[in-house]
Design a protein around this ligand. Structure first.
Ligand code: ARG
Length: 563
């Protein structure tokens, strides 16, 4: 049962207010003040009495149903205290029975959400922006699935454009097969850097690069063979990260996939008069929409990043008939997506403004020193993740040297710590990374939440009683009530996370569960309580464990049983 709705019904009957309106006005006060509160200001107008007087009158006249313990007037507020045993009994069995399905909903039933995330660039190592995109995108993918949508993930690899003409040029001049084979993506990066160093003095290299890219576009077999080889090397490198994170994609259609799909879109833009010619180039004038023009075709006829993204939107709409298409990138691309989405809308697609969503995020800066790579900000994300695992391994070695599966657990906690740290703030906020803040077993960290989960598991393993059918009305302590209330918020929190495209709502939620559990655990003995109370507390512990594991799973984080 929903306590808020029940209380609203009660008040509506006593006051002739509309029940829904009352429900909307009910607040959750500080636990010492009550469990639910209703401000009487609204009634003052209709009843022509001071809110405080109204509160007192209602408090003394209300007949309390079994689910309420008491109601008190406090100034203009009516504070309701639930009957705690009743409350526990009405919330926990549902969590227990639904298990890992608790919190799921059907609101998205029948709708597809397409999410473009990670999307690194070929011939470049995975940098921190792509890690963030992967982590946010993957969490959103899980959130929408949990809400009943069908999520579809697309890794839109940056594998097309003039830069690949440059790499081929560099390879032809200074590269060789053996070095590329031996050093992979690092050598490709070096070749790209070398191209730019040399092209300063020899501008003819730029022409060569353009010619190579033109050959690629025209289907030249030799050029494409090199390109495919470079792509394979790049993807193998990216896959190492996906493996560590345990992230998979439904599609790897990158920029090159749209190469032969842009022409009809460009034609349509021209024929509809959305794009106009400007000094040999084709642009969409967005002045009326307070944005700079969107370039569609350069004066040499080449398409650009935006041309491909406008095409990607239309193609995805046809292919998946999505209710939402999300694009998860750093905030650097806010303008790019605003322009592309506006162009799609100007082509006559009314759904664009509601269904196309850019999901931007801020920067995560890493401390100087070991973690920033030799070449400025091209960070080796693989090294960061591995270092995290290594540090956690050391901590485990100190704290729990006899732990079985140490390797696996170190990996789950080390990677989970980085992911949790990334997802703990509102997306758009810039954050400074700190090893201490991310990896500590105490404080607001991934390891702390995972540790709490392991603690629940350990209590449950040690218990010798069957707690499936416990007398839950015994759960009346402050900490028990607080923990149950927190668990009960899960479904609302997932919905809110989906509505706002904000995984941190789930991270903060699972943190609040862990904190509430540890308070409960600290103040209320479980295994030493007498049998009936012990069973009830074990039941609560089991529900807590389940909810923590589910929430971490949505965030893309594992929940080890022991650590
Ligand atoms: N490859 C791009 C980058 O690294 C991100 C691509 C995002 N997705 C898209 N459809 N534009 O910046």
């Amino acid at each position: 049962m929903d306590f808020k709705i029940e209380i609203a019904g009660l008040l509506a009957a006593a006051t002739e207010l509309d029940a829904q309106e009352v429900a909307g006005a009910i607040e959750i006060p500080d636990p010492a003040m009550g469990d639910f509160a209703f401000p009487c200001f609204k009634l003052a107008k209709t009843l022509k009495k001071a809110p405080g007087v109204i509160a007192t009158e209602i408090a003394s006249s209300l007949e309390l149903p079994a689910f309420l313990q008491s109601v008190e007037a406090s100034g203009p507020y009516l504070n309701f205290f639930v009957n705690r045993g009743f409350y526990a009994q009405s919330i926990l069995p549902k969590i227990y029975a639904e298990g890992s399905n608790f919190g799921k909903s059907e609101i998205g039933k029948g709708g597809t959400v397409v999410i473009d995330y990670s999307s690194p660039n070929m011939a470049k190592r995975f940098h921190i922006g792509h890690l963030r995109s992967t982590v946010f995108g993957h969490a959103l993918y899980n959130i929408f699935n949990f809400l009943g949508y069908k999520s579809f993930s697309i890794n839109y690899l940056g594998d097309w454009g003039t830069q690949f003409g440059k790499i081929i040029t560099a390879y032809e001049h200074w590269g060789n097969k053996n070095t590329v084979e031996a050093e992979g993506i690092e050598e490709l990066e070096r070749l790209y850097v070398k191209f730019h160093q040399e092209a300063g003095d020899k501008p003819e290299l730029e022409d060569e690069a353009r010619a190579w890219f033109l050959k690629m576009e025209q289907g030249d077999e030799y050029a494409l063979e090199l390109w495919r080889w470079f792509k394979e090397i790049s993807m193998a490198d990216h896959n190492k990260i996906y493996k560590l994170l345990d992230v998979k994609f439904d599609s790897f259609n990158g920029e090159s996939y749209y190469n032969d799909k842009m022409q009809p879109v460009v034609d349509e833009l021209k024929s509809k008069g959305v794009a106009v010619e400007d000094k040999g180039a084709w642009i969409v004038d967005l002045e009326d929409h307070k944005m700079p023009n969107c370039l569609i075709l350069r004066s040499d006829g080449a398409t650009i990043y935006a041309t491909r993204d406008i095409t990607s939107v239309l193609h995805r709409k046809n292919e998946y008939n999505f209710v939402k298409a999300l694009y998860v990138t750093s905030k650097e691309q806010i303008l790019h997506f605003a322009q592309c989405f506006k162009v799609v809308e100007l082509m006559g697609h009314d759904w664009a403004s509601e269904q196309l969503v850019h999901v931007p995020f801020g920067y995560l800066t890493l401390p100087e020193g070991k973690m920033s790579s030799r070449k400025g900000n091209a960070l080796l994300m693989e090294d960061v993740l591995k270092e995290s695992v290594e540090r956690i391994r050391k901590t485990i070695e100190e704290k729990n040297p006899n732990l079985p599966d140490k390797e696996d657990v170190a990996k789950q906690v080390g990677v989970g710590a980085i992911v949790f740290n990334d997802l703990y703030n509102s997306r758009i906020k810039d954050v400074e990374f700190s090893w201490e803040r991310a990896l500590s077993f105490e404080g607001e960290t991934g390891p702390y939440v995972q540790y709490t989960h392991a603690r629940c598991c350990s209590v449950l393993t040690k218990a010798e009683l069957d707690f499936a059918n416990a007398d839950l009305t015994l759960l009346v302590a402050d900490e028990e009530l607080e923990l149950i209330k927190t668990l009960n918020n899960f479904p609302t929190k997932v919905q809110e996370a989906g509505e706002r495209y904000e995984p941190f709502i789930i991270s903060r939620f699972v943190m609040s569960v862990a904190q509430a559990f540890n308070k409960f655990y600290h103040d209320n003995p479980i295994l030493k309580a007498d049998a009936e109370l012990q069973k009830a507390r074990l039941h609560l512990t089991h529900c807590t464990k389940t909810v923590i594991a589910t929430a971490l799973g949505i965030l893309g984080i594992k929940a080890p049983q022991e650590m």
